[in-house]
Design a protein around this ligand. Structure first.
Ligand SMILES: NC(=O)c1ccc[n+]([C@@H]2O[C@H](COP(=O)([O-])OP(=O)(O)OC[C@H]3O[C@@H](n4cnc5c(N)ncnc54)[C@H](O)[C@@H]3O)[C@@H](O)[C@H]2O)c1
Length: 396
């Protein structure tokens, strides 16, 4: 089987690609724009001199101008954008080529490789058409994924999560794919009370990120109802594991603890999240590729509900750092206090989760402790990360 995996250089996408390459004979084309969150090192063992391709004549890759927040204006001009791309590709042999030569080159490479990495934006409809045209299954992870950033500015979220998903669906419409697996999120339901959400419950997103994900989720469904695109929607809960970009809760707290910096905890830290191990997500998506019913959505729960403050305290215990590092900061506006989903439906397909949360959690924190090179390189080269962390936390 040939899979097109969008967002394959990100956290869940790269774990999924490695899971596939290590456990199946499937071949994979990754399409990833290498935004700040895309890290080529995540797939390093599978990248060689021949399988990273950059179509030369793409527009959207370099045409990113951002205005972040009302008070703070931060523009990434074309040369900065190109600089970022250069730094992302630094150390890898890259093959530049004309877009019209792309399909043939991919076919050639796949004769001797199981992975081809195409640097490109899902908004580019011609690129989407070329790649879906080659593929049996599409697994769509690519997204802007950080809630805090979406509160700062929703621009890129609307562009990628909504318009980008639409572009990909349009391409899928004319391709002969068997399945289009869309990665949605439990956040589309909004804040939970005491009853877990079922797939049939209304969506009620409460922040810009989850609103764009809800829009994409329903657009995917609409393409099934309207055009018969064979879609399956996954709604996983909060993922954790190795290779997660340093801005998210577990890596940011672990890295700050290791650097003896303060650990910024929102509000009273009593917000609850349902933690799902990224390897479990990869296996759940596998199951949906095989058995997910076309046109249906499936919750994927970690069945591990924890308060944020519990997570932070466990990180301090594992890293052997003092509680005095905790700094309570002003809460995120519109913060959902709880997410909770019912996963009976995916269990009825035969889904069995690995239930060893404590071990998975400790392995994850230790991975960040043992892989300083990975996150130090990101922290060193990513100007956007430095800017964002400073601007977001400085005034809290
Ligand atoms: N992380 C979680 O806890 C979680 C939970 C549920 C659902 N999800 C969903 O899973 C998916 C993956 O999440 P993640 O945490 O791995 O995200 P991530 O931010 O780590 O990775 C996103 C990837 O998408 C790429 N990308 C972004 N915009 C792009 C564009 N326009 N064109 C092509 N590539 C682009 C980035 O370069 C990056 O490699 C997302 O759709 C997210 O909404 C995440």
């Amino acid at each position: 089987m040939l899979l097109l995996v969008t967002g394959g250089a990100g956290f869940i996408g790269s774990n999924f690609v490695k899971h596939k390459l290590e456990n199946t004979d499937d071949k994979i084309i990754v399409l990833d724009a290498l935004t700040y969150a895309g890290v080529l090192d995540n797939l390093k063992p599978y990248l060689n001199g021949s399988n990273i391709l950059v179509p030369k004549d793409q527009n959207d890759l370099i045409k990113v101008k951002k205005r972040i927040g009302k008070e703070i204006s931060y523009s990434i001009d074309e040369s900065n954008e190109l600089k970022r791309l250069e730094s992302k590709l630094n150390g890898f042999k890259v093959n530049y080529l004309e877009s019209k030569a792309l399909k043939e080159r991919i076919k050639e490479i796949l004769k001797s490789n199981r992975l081809v990495f195409v640097v490109g934006n899902i908004i580019d409809s011609e690129l989407d058409e070329s790649l879906t045209g080659l593929s049996d299954v599409v697994v769509h992870f690519a997204a802007e994924s950080h809630v805090d950033r979406s509160i700062f500015s929703a621009d890129a979220f609307i562009k990628t999560n909504v318009y980008g998903t639409y572009s990909l669906l349009e391409a899928a419409r004319s391709a002969h794919i068997q399945k289009f697996i869309h990665i949605s999120t439990d956040e589309v339901y909004g804040q939970a009370s005491d009853t877990p959400f079922k797939e049939t419950d209304p969506l009620n997103p409460r922040n810009p990120y989850s609103s764009t994900k809800a829009a994409a989720d329903r657009m995917v469904y609409a393409y099934f109802q309207t055009y018969n695109v064979p879609v399956v929607i996954a709604r996983p809960s909060n993922n954790f594991g190795s290779f997660q970009y340093p801005e998210k809760l577990i890596p940011v707290m672990t890295i700050n603890a290791l650097r003896d910096e303060s650990l910024p905890v929102y509000g009273d830290g009593r917000q609850r999240r349902d933690w799902l191990y990224v390897q479990d997500t990869a296996r759940a998506i596998d199951l949906l590729i095989e058995k997910g019913r076309i046109g249906e959505a499936y919750n994927v729960s970690g069945n591990n509900e924890k308060e944020n403050i519990f997570i932070v305290n466990r990180i301090l215990e594992i890293t052997q750092k003092p509680e005095t590092l905790i700094k309570y900061v002003k809460d995120r506006p519109g913060h959902d206090l709880r997410y909770m989903i019912d996963d009976t439906k995916i269990k009825s397909l035969g889904w069995v989760q690995d239930r060893n949360f404590e071990k998975q959690f400790e392995d994850t924190v230790r991975w960040y402790m043992e892989n300083e090179d990975w996150w130090e390189k990101i922290l060193k080269i990513d100007e956007e990360y430095k800017f964002f962390m400073k601007a977001w936390y400085e005034k809290r």
